[in-house]
Design a protein. Structure first.
Lengths: 511, 326
């Protein structure tokens, strides 16, 4: 027995020294991520890993910088002869990573497939104002729009795919070929995506030769693997508790900044109880944003004041939703005829108690805690609050998207333009207007916001709309989500954070 | 014997069909729609419905079940909605990792469980007995994901001895590499599997040790053990050759059942340690409502479980001459 033990320990020791002696992988960056990519076809990407990996493998017409400016990428310049025409000039001699040429035909093919209904591209709705895409010559692409559409440029960073490869029957979802700074070396489903530098990339060479994306589903395990030195970089989504601990560790550098997401309360304005803006305002005044942000999100997120992100060009500090005010809420309930007539601690009207259901999805434990915390405040204010918590597929498809909810807590991500959080969500009959909000003035303002060509006109339209929304409250924005990035100080180059979590800044590229 | 095995194998067919129907009904009952998960929050109701039609989700349930069976009979488990790959291909790519983890965990569980059980029984009432049974109690009550995180914290983060995540080269390949003069590859694979296998094994080791202890205590009081001692045999020989062999009989069937539990436990262990096996795939498939993939995984697990039980029954007959199969 003791002999067997000593052999085992000798073997193990040899194992450790083997690990310790393996050569330093100077230019490999190992990044932890929460889910495996569903596909590496940028047109079909729908999870964070797919967005982030395809952003390295592919290039779009433009590249969106960390400060959300569109810069030339595959397109070296563009012009808009009239508000519904955009003409892009591609760089000369562009190549995909397999060496084949990238031309205007590939751009046309990419956008035509995205716009094809049967292709089922998740982001199709962002591109529907495009009525035609055509190749003027091999280096020129012309987009014709059905109406002026200002946000378009921020969405044209989607990767361009090779027409020849796709039409030749190659499955680019599994074997992607793009014109980005990296190319796929290998992909072990559920475990790791390995990328290496693309020698045919038109731009500056990345400082990292290799990127290894390790998939670790559990957030705490991912943080621990990072602390153990098995990962060089981790980023949002992370648990606020892990963020606090890693922040204090001086082996790691970090970037903690405003992200591009919001956590918000969706009021169902079609519900008889919530159809009056006064009632929505009263419930909003019961939302203690400061406690939610400081104690549940541990200060990683930021208290929100309006539907426009503070980092946006359209933001104005003068537009403010109502703040936390229990007495103010009580006064509003009273104005609406709710009073505790039978002394049971719950407000009632016409013999019916004031009952409301708060809901969210179970995957995000911080949202679950927030809903439970809100339930307690609502109860204290005389509202009989119930909670309903289910997993995302049933919460989204069977509940909120079917407008079955009363007050739901959820979020929106990737708000690169105010339009992305407003148009589909809050115009009458909008495709994701699950709360059924309708206000013709807001409809007009949001249409102006997306079609105005002068930036000042867009700002004015969005600010007017935001002011109305802060008063009528179909949405109550609870917090602006933070973005966090942690990296090992041993990385041989500087790291730049992007609020979307894109990774070009993690391989040594700037902006 | 052969006819018994064939009969048991034939029984697999109705069992598998039953499993498919039960899983199908469960999936019909749970709310949530893969089309809406696939297209994300920003998709319109029209786009979701369009995709549902493409995926065949708008067909009545009997047509869906019927076409699933029809395809299954031709060996086709369908395509994963999310990974856009044949389900059989995806499962084949992951199965090896899970079986490897479960087998290593089972070996660890047997080694630890049987040693502790025998020690505790032969030194009944001593400190060793108390310590082993405290371990057994802890092992039974500790959730695998928590133990996994604790092990990772100690051995990977604090001590830095073992890698925290991932898998090396598959063990069989690594063994061949070791034989052909690359021991490093084998040791790397070994260092990756130790923590997840230990986390996964703890619960089974605890159950096995308690069972072995009880069973050993009973056997040690039997007449034939006294006879063996009376014949002047050494204590070690009596305990291992005579008592343990008899005490292991009831344990054997439990070990077989534990293999099933290990496959189930792998679902959580694999998620913690980023082990690229079926367990992790199961969690993802369920959270996405990837219906064909869930069906395929459940069917695979059911068949493995049935086969393991068959092997255990055969072993049982081999070990205990009183049992005849036929």
């Amino acid at each position: 027995m003791s002999k067997a033990l000593s052999i085992t320990s000798a073997l193990l020791l040899a194992g450790f020294s083997f690990t310790a002696l393996s050569p330093a992988k100077a230019a490999t960056v190992t990044i932890g991520t929460d889910v495996d990519a569903g596909t590496l076809d940028p047109r079909l990407a729908r999870d964070t890993t797919a967005y982030r990996a395809t952003d390295l493998i592919y290039s779009g017409l433009v590249h969106v910088t960390p400060s959300l400016e569109a810069r030339p990428d595959l397109a070296e310049s563009w012009e808009t002869p009239d508000p519904t025409t955009w003409i892009f000039k591609l760089r000369p001699n562009l190549k995909f990573s397999d060496g084949s040429p990238l031309t205007a035909d590939d751009v046309v093919f990419t956008f035509s497939t995205i716009l094809n209904k049967d292709f089922n591209a998740p982001m199709r709705a962002l591109y529907t104002p495009i009525s035609a895409v055509e190749a003027v010559d091999p280096q020129t692409v012309k987009f014709t729009l059905s109406a002026p559409y200002a946000p378009l440029l921020s969405y044209l960073d989607i990767g361009i795919v090779s027409k020849a490869l796709v039409e030749g029957g190659n499955d680019i979802a599994l074997k992607p070929v793009g014109a980005g700074p990296m190319k796929l070396a290998s992909w072990t489903r559920g475990s790791a995506i390995e990328l290496e530098a693309n020698p045919n990339y038109w731009g500056e060479k990345p400082k990292a030769d290799k990127v290894s994306l390790k998939i670790i589903g559990d957030g705490s395990a991912r943080a621990q693997a990072f602390e153990a030195g098995d990962l060089d970089v981790i980023q949002s989504p992370l648990a606020p508790q892990d963020v606090k601990r890693l922040e204090a560790d001086d082996r790691f550098g970090h970037a903690i900044q405003a992200g591009l997401g919001v956590t918000y309360v969706n009021f169902n304005t079609k519900d008889p109880l919530l159809s009056s803006p006064k009632m929505r305002k009263a419930f909003s005044m019961l939302i203690d944003q400061k406690t939610i942000v400081d104690d549940i999100y541990q200060g990683v997120d930021q208290v929100a004041s309006s539907i426009i992100l503070p980092s946006s060009w359209a933001y104005s500090a003068d537009i403010k939703q109502p703040g936390f005010d229990i007495e103010g809420a009580a006064a509003l309930f009273k104005e609406e005829g709710w009073a505790d007539t039978n002394g049971d601690g719950i407000l009632d009207k016409g013999g019916k108690p004031l009952t409301v259901t708060l809901s969210t999805h179970s995957e995000d434990s911080n949202r679950v805690q927030t809903v439970e915390f809100l339930q307690a405040i609502f109860q204290a204010a005389g509202v009989d609050a119930k909670t309903q918590i289910s997993d995302w597929p049933s919460f989204s498809a069977n509940y909120v998207q079917k407008s079955q909810h009363q007050i739901a807590l959820l979020g929106w991500l990737n708000i690169v333009d105010p339009d992305r959080l407003l148009f589909a969500q809050l115009t009458t009959g909008g495709s994701t207007n699950w709360g059924g909000y309708s206000n013709p003035t807001v409809d007009d303002l949001l249409k102006q916001g997306r079609s105005a060509t002068a930036q000042a006109d867009r700002v004015a339209a969005y600010q007017k709309a935001a002011a109305i929304l802060a008063d009528e409250l179909p949405y109550y924005i609870v917090s602006y989500q933070g973005y966090q990035l942690f990296y090992s100080k041993k990385l041989p180059f500087e790291v730049q954070a992007t609020p979307r979590g894109n990774m070009r800044g993690l391989i040594g590229l700037k902006d | 014997m052969l006819s018994y095995v064939i009969r048991r194998l034939l029984l697999l067919i109705p069992m598998a069909a039953g499993m498919v129907i039960v899983t199908f009904c469960l999936l019909l009952l749970i709310p949530g729609d893969p089309a809406s998960v696939l297209l994300g929050q920003e998709a319109s109701a029209e786009a979701i419905n369009n995709l549902r039609t493409t995926l065949g989700l708008n067909d009545p349930w009997y047509i869906r079940l019927g076409s699933y069976f029809a395809a299954l009979l031709q060996g086709d488990m369908g395509r994963s909605i999310f990974q856009n790959q044949a389900v059989s291909e995806i499962i084949a790519g992951r199965l090896g990792a899970t079986i490897e983890l479960a087998v290593v965990a089972l070996i660890l569980a047997c080694l630890i469980g049987i040693s502790l059980g025998v020690l505790a029984a032969t030194k009944q009432g001593s400190l060793i007995d108390t310590v082993s049974m405290i371990f057994a109690q802890l092992g039974v009550s500790m959730p695998v994901y928590w133990l996994g995180l604790l092990l990772m914290l100690l051995f990977a983060v604090t001590l830095g001895w073992l890698p925290s995540i991932g898998r090396g080269v598959p063990l069989p390949e690594a063994l061949i590499a070791a034989i052909t003069g690359q021991p490093g590859v084998f040791l790397d694979s070994l260092s990756h599997i130790i923590l997840p296998a230990l986390a996964l094994a703890a619960n089974s080791a605890a159950i096995i040790s308690r069972l072995v202890r009880t069973s050993m205590l009973e056997v040690l009081r039997e007449d034939f053990v006294r006879t063996a001692y009376a014949k002047g045999l050494r204590r070690g020989r009596v305990v291992i050759r005579h008592a343990l062999r008899n005490a292991l009989l009831p344990v054997l069937s439990v070990i077989g059942l534990r293999f099933g539990a290990l496959l189930g436990g792998a679902v959580l262990t694999e998620t913690i340690f980023a082990w690229p096996g079926l367990g992790q795939l199961t969690i993802t498939a369920i959270s996405q409502r990837d219906l064909p993939l869930i069906q395929g995984i459940v069917l695979t697990f059911a068949i493995i479980f049935a086969l393991v039980n068959l092997v255990v029954d055969l072993l049982y007959a081999a070990v205990d001459p009183r049992i005849r199969l036929g």
